[in-house]
Ligand binder design. Structure first.
Ligand code: AMP
Ligand code: MG
Length: 358
């Protein structure tokens, strides 16, 4: 098999599958002889929760770590949240057509990454769908009793589109083309995790697992030399199929993992569930049968954005894209026979059977 062959894994189901990155598997890292304190902290951010487990030299450092993570996340929210009326993002979204806006460093960096993924994904990932996500009930506006109709949708689509955004790299500016609402909901949690990780490293903390709303990044190891083990999220059980899916656990060592799922956030209209990912071609929530996408990447921001992109693309396009860009991804598709699992070659290469990894 070569790189172009995704692995249809539905038929190959051991009890449990594990991923151990090379560097952790070959024992390159030894625990430091120390008396590090285990600290577990958490809080709220971005409409969800965050948590972290870490080893710090002292309990005081643990305390400082909690504050450093919260500060890092608050900072992201203060720049990029549509729920904060004074955020740079909200001000941009409200600004008149033709106005230029100098963005804070982080906001600019996230937007630039979002736009490069928009380009690569041919617009499947599009950070300009704010009006639509809001109208469908996933933004700050109060929930509506009816979803947007065809005319509303067409109007909002006409104002959206990543190609309408002009970025002035030199002066870190972006132009509001008129009525365009930036929405970084598909990438900001991951960026927040990366920022939290940076804050911990600045405190001299190297061994940690940090998570925002199910998007995780792990670094270092525990004092006993074992890595941070994380079980991949599975979709909630419905009728049939899932029983055949074995768990996958990952040693999160210098690695991030993000999951996008069609069941995670949704609204219901007339008994039909609509997921919070919008198909930019139709302006409506995706309904392509992809239940869940998990992406492994060094950068949590990239893992987060790529998981959203693959979910929106749908099976065939997602597989082609993941193979082309060598993305380590796992996808579960809803089929009439239950869930079918697809692993990209890059993901499958990381997997080993439980026995081997021990
Ligand atoms: P995630 O949970 O990371 O998959 O992100 C879902 C969020 O991304 C939604 O709540 C929206 O804020 C945003 N979003 C929805 N559709 C798209 C899309 N096609 N491209 C980029 N972001 C999107
Ligand atoms: Mg995402």
């Amino acid at each position: 098999m070569n790189d172009a062959d995704p692995v249809e894994a539905a038929t190959r189901i051991p009890a449990r599958r594990v991923i151990v990155p090379e560097i952790a598997a070959n024992g390159a890292l030894r625990p430091l002889p120390g008396r590090d304190k285990f600290v577990q902290v958490g809080g709220e951010t971005m409409g969800t929760t965050w948590s972290a487990k870490l080893y710090a030299p002292s309990a005081t450092d643990g305390h400082r770590a909690r504050q450093a993570i919260q500060d890092a996340l608050d900072h992201v929210v203060s720049e990029m949240s549509p729920w904060v009326a004074t955020s740079a993002l909200s001000r941009f979204n409200e600004a008149p057509a033709g106005s230029w806006h100098t963005l804070p460093l982080n906001f600019f960096a996230v937007l630039r990454t979002a736009l490069s993924i928009a380009r690569d994904s041919k617009g499947a990932f599009d950070p300009t769908l704010g009006a639509l996500t809001d109208a469908w009930g996933f933004g700050p506006s109060p929930a509506r009793s009816h979803p947007p109709d065809a005319r509303d949708t067409a109007r909002m689509l006409a104002h959206a589109g990543w190609q309408r955004l002009d970025l002035d790299e030199e002066r870190r500016r972006v132009r509001q083309p008129g009525g365009l609402a930036i929405d970084l909901g598909g990438i900001a949690k991951g960026f927040g995790v990366d920022q939290a990780a940076r804050a911990l490293k600045r405190l001299g903390i190297r061994d940690f697992l940090v998570e925002v709303g199910g998007v995780l990044r792990g670094a270092g190891i525990k004092p006993d030399g074992t890595p941070w083990w994380v079980a991949l999220e599975q979709p909630p059980a419905t009728s049939g199929g899932e029983a055949t899916l074995s768990d996958i656990v990952i040693a999160l060592h210098g690695l991030s993992v993000a999951t996008s799922g069609d069941y995670r956030r949704f609204v219901e209209h007339d008994g039909i569930r609509h997921a919070h990912s919008i198909d930019p071609r139709t302006g409506r929530p995706v309904g392509n049968g992809v239940a869940i996408v998990t992406v492994l990447h060094e950068s949590c921001m990239w893992a987060d954005a790529l998981a959203t992109a693959l979910l929106v693309m749908g099976r065939a396009a997602a597989i082609a894209f993941a193979v082309e860009h060598r993305i380590a991804a796992r996808m579960l598709m809803r089929t009439e026979q239950g869930m079918s699992e697809v692993l990209t070659r890059r993901f499958a290469d990381l997997l080993r059977d439980e026995g081997e990894a021990a």
